[in-house]
Design a protein around this ligand. Structure first.
Ligand code: ZN
Length: 131
């Protein structure tokens, strides 16, 4: 058994459905999941006002979710073009366990760690600095 090996078709299909499920949840869930106080939410104006009053954490969640959606879309595109599962930096296969934990991972753990050290925002859950 080689240490690093690319995904089997079954694993690839599993990743694809995980990504699609997550994507569907983010698309559908973003609006459905309400902030704590629902009574303030009436029409559009109230909605905008309450959005403005949302805690920073809520805003962080939105930013993170839209970032995640982007990564999911990219991952699905890589599945279509056959490049999924390979590190975009060193082109080695990404460990399957890592993909199972983070199906939209773009980098292998080694490259990810290197980039973390350099402070490059990647596919971590932390919100990248948008400035
Ligand atoms: Zn790598």
């Amino acid at each position: 058994m080689t240490k690093k090996k690319s995904l089997t078709k079954v694993q690839l299909a599993k990743m694809e459905s995980m990504l699609q499920e997550r994507q569907a949840r983010l698309f559908g869930g973003g609006r459905v999941r309400k902030p704590v106080d629902d009574s303030e939410r009436g029409g559009d104006e109230a909605d905008i006002a309450s959005m403005a009053q949302d805690s920073e954490m809520e805003l962080d969640t939105r930013v993170r979710e839209s970032r995640e959606l982007q990564l999911i879309e990219q991952a699905l595109a890589r599945i279509s073009d056959g490049s999924y599962g390979n590190c975009e930096e060193c082109h080695e296969a990404i460990a399957v366990a890592r993909l199972e934990a983070l199906p939209f991972a773009q980098y292998c753990i080694d490259c990810q760690e290197k980039m973390d050290e350099q402070g490059v925002p990647t596919d971590r859950y932390e919100v990248p600095n948008l400035d």
